[in-house]
Design a protein around this ligand. Structure first.
Ligand code: GLA
Length: 414
């Protein structure tokens, strides 16, 4: 006879398999093997805001190729807010037909024909931040539409999400994307509010750690309930987060403002430090009309190689160095025993930086790498000039660093 105990066992087995099949913790997966190094690309928001249309995007795709950005590693062309039209009678989202008369699929095809990928933007709440339709209640339809258009990257925002649980809302979209079947890189943009670094590793490929960046150095722009932040402020907010990042799951300190009005030195620092942080390198300037200086910063091969290093370890700050309060030193362990070092001058004057390698203990306790500068020898290359500066066992490095500039070197193990 079927006993009471057996019935309970059957029921719990059923429940367990149901959980596994329909929405249980093991069922949904994010796409693996995407963003094994920090994503690189461009996004419309920082410079164009809502002024997005197919003409500008096609020109940007062309400029990605002609400027050398694509060949430097920038891959994704991402349309941020405001591309949306209305949902159709069945609830499927459509592009704004005035702005995108040829349709989103044609734009994705064009990007693909140039060896690039196309990204799009939506929101976990009922509306996007610019009040276009959000994906809430339409997640599976939206993911299907993006996949049918040939979209490769989704930035998923957090406006108008009152009452929603962030982890659950982002998991739902992860499931929707997975079910739609096209490998779409999933960028979580909830501004670090619910500490996504603690739960998002298996949900998305990157997560914003802060509120929005803006093109300012050490600034806070206050609104009644939120703020936007300058480069230094965002840098300081990354403290303590390096242990959460790695291949396939990155901390995102927001998109680049290089070329958007900071000084030359500030632009260099912003880029070098984001590279050291293993941050996504998503340019946010008008690359159709950028200066040679801006282009040189954004396409610096040596610094990009530091960012794209296969180990995917975020830099740490050398706190023992206290020669000068204005200088901050960062170290990033790289493949094959190499290291990168960046020295930021936060102060208002040029500083003299002097570093006797043999006297410094540089050790990454978290990821267990030891530079052993007292024993091992490294060839030093200045990544801005590409000039060799000697070897660590043979000399003390001494350079002048301008106000707000960053000196950055690669140390190649000999
Ligand atoms: C939020 C995001 C930004 C941008 C805007 C678009 O503020 O954090 O990066 O996508 O929305 O409205």
């Amino acid at each position: 006879m079927f006993s009471y105990k057996q019935a309970i066992k059957q029921l719990s087995l059923l429940l367990c398999s149901g959980l596994l099949l329909f929405g249980g913790p093991l069922q949904a997966e994010k796409f693996d093997n995407l963003a094994m190094t920090p994503p690189m690309g461009w996004n419309s928001w920082n410079d164009f805001r809502c002024e997005v249309d197919e003409k500008m995007l096609r020109e940007t795709i062309d400029a990605m190729v002609s400027s050398g950005m694509r060949d430097a590693g920038y891959e994704y062309v991402n349309i941020d807010d405001c591309w949306h039209g209305e949902r159709d009678a069945q609830g499927f989202i459509q592009e704004n037909k005035q702005r995108f008369p040829s349709g989103m699929k044609a734009l994705a095809d064009y990007a693909h024909s140039k060896g690039l990928k196309l990204g799009i933007y939506s929101d976990a709440g009922w509306q996007t931040c610019a009040r276009f339709p959000g994906s809430r209640g339409h997640e599976f339809q939206d993911a299907q539409v993006y996949a049918s258009w040939g979209i490769d990257y989704l930035k998923y925002d957090w406006c108008y999400s009152e009452g929603l649980n962030a982890e659950g809302a982002y998991q739902t979209m992860r499931e929707a994307l997975h079910q739609a079947g096209r490998p779409i890189l999933f960028s979580i943009c909830e501004w670090g509010e619910s500490k996504p670094w603690e739960w998002a590793k298996d949900v998305g490929h990157l997560w914003r750690t802060t509120g929005d960046i803006y093109a300012c150095w050490d600034c806070e722009n206050k609104f009644p309930t939120w703020s936007t932040w300058g480069v230094l402020k965002i840098l300081d907010m990354q403290e303590g987060l390096r242990k959460y990042a790695g291949p396939g799951h990155w901390n995102d300190p927001d998109m680049l403002e290089v070329g958007n009005g900071l000084s030359y030195e500030q632009d260099r620092s912003h880029f070098a430090l984001w590279a050291m942080l293993a941050a996504p390198l998503i340019a946010g300037n008008d690359i159709r009309h950028m200066s040679e200086q801006t282009k040189a910063i954004l396409t610096n091969k040596g610094i990009i190689a530091v960012n794209q290093d296969a180990m995917g370890i975020q830099a740490f700050r050398l706190k023992s160095y206290s020669d000068n309060d204005n200088l901050q030193i960062w170290f990033k362990p790289l493949e094959n025993g190499d290291w990168a070092m960046a020295v930021l001058n936060r102060g208002e004057d040029t500083e003299n930086f002097r570093f006797d390698w043999r006297q410094q203990q540089v050790k990454d306790d978290l990821f267990q790498h030891d530079a052993a500068f007292d024993k091992a020898n490294y060839r030093i290359t200045d990544l801005w000039t590409n000039k060799e500066l000697g070897q660590t066992l043979q000399q003390t490095t001494e350079v002048q660093i301008k106000s707000h500039d960053t000196f950055i070197v690669r140390l190649a193990k000999i």
